[in-house]
Design a protein around this ligand. Structure first.
Ligand SMILES: Nc1nc2c(ncn2[C@@H]2O[C@H](COP(=O)(O)OP(=O)(O)OP(=O)(O)O)[C@@H](O)[C@H]2O)c(=O)[nH]1
Ligand SMILES: [Mg+2]
Length: 170
């Protein structure tokens, strides 16, 4: 009887934990966004942009929203570090892919990296949020323009959204 009530209590009060991977090529603004998220949604003050350095290991951010705990894993996007991404795929529930929308010369690099992510079996069911970041910059393209540019063929079955954001302004 006790175990029944304990199970019920746990079911009601334990928050479900979701793992969200933040991916994207170097300088896309992943860590800046994560630090901004921390400042806005948790009681931990995130680092200001001028104190953020290129990521080599893993940055973790924890946020609680209604009845869920979101654990963000932010990985380095430099070419030599991208092979580490797939070690996290199996345990990831969702992916946020960040693109510097003000830097068209690197869209091709982002597209190639994203297509490789989408091909991986371990992420097949994971919803995808693609962020057109750095909207505070005057040359940034909109989320729709970025979607047209990326022209992703592998998205048919996947839950996917594009959003325009700025890691500086929100
Ligand atoms: N204008 C502008 N600059 C940004 C924004 N987000 C990040 N930056 C700048 O872009 C550069 C790279 O930001 P990071 O957050 O380190 O990028 P990252 O994707 O984590 O890079 P890696 O860790 O190397 O993969 C830094 O100079 C940031 O200050 C933004 O929304 N607007
Ligand atoms: Mg980083």
């Amino acid at each position: 009887m006790f175990s029944l009530f304990y199970g019920l209590w746990k079911y009601i009060f334990t928050k479900t934990e979701f793992h969200v991977l933040i991916l994207g090529i170097d300088k896309a603004g992943k860590t800046t966004l994560l630090e901004k998220l921390k400042s806005v949604y948790s009681n931990v003050e995130g680092l200001p942009p001028d104190r953020i350095v290129p990521t080599v290991g893993l940055n973790i951010g924890r946020i609680e929203v209604s009845n869920s705990k979101l654990v963000f894993w932010d990985l380095g996007g430099q070419p030599g570090l991208r092979s580490i991404w797939e070690k996290y795929y199996e345990e990831a529930h969702a992916v946020v892919f960040v693109i510097d929308a003000a830097c068209p010369s690197r869209f091709e690099d982002s597209k190639t990296a994203l297509e490789k992510v989408l091909r991986n079996e371990d992420l097949q069911g994971a919803p995808l949020l693609i962020l057109a970041n750095k909207q505070d910059l005057p040359d940034a393209v909109s989320a729709d323009e970025l979607a047209r540019y990326l022209d992703l063929k592998k998205l048919d079955e996947r839950v996917c959204m594009f959003e325009a954001v700025s890691g500086y302004d929100g």
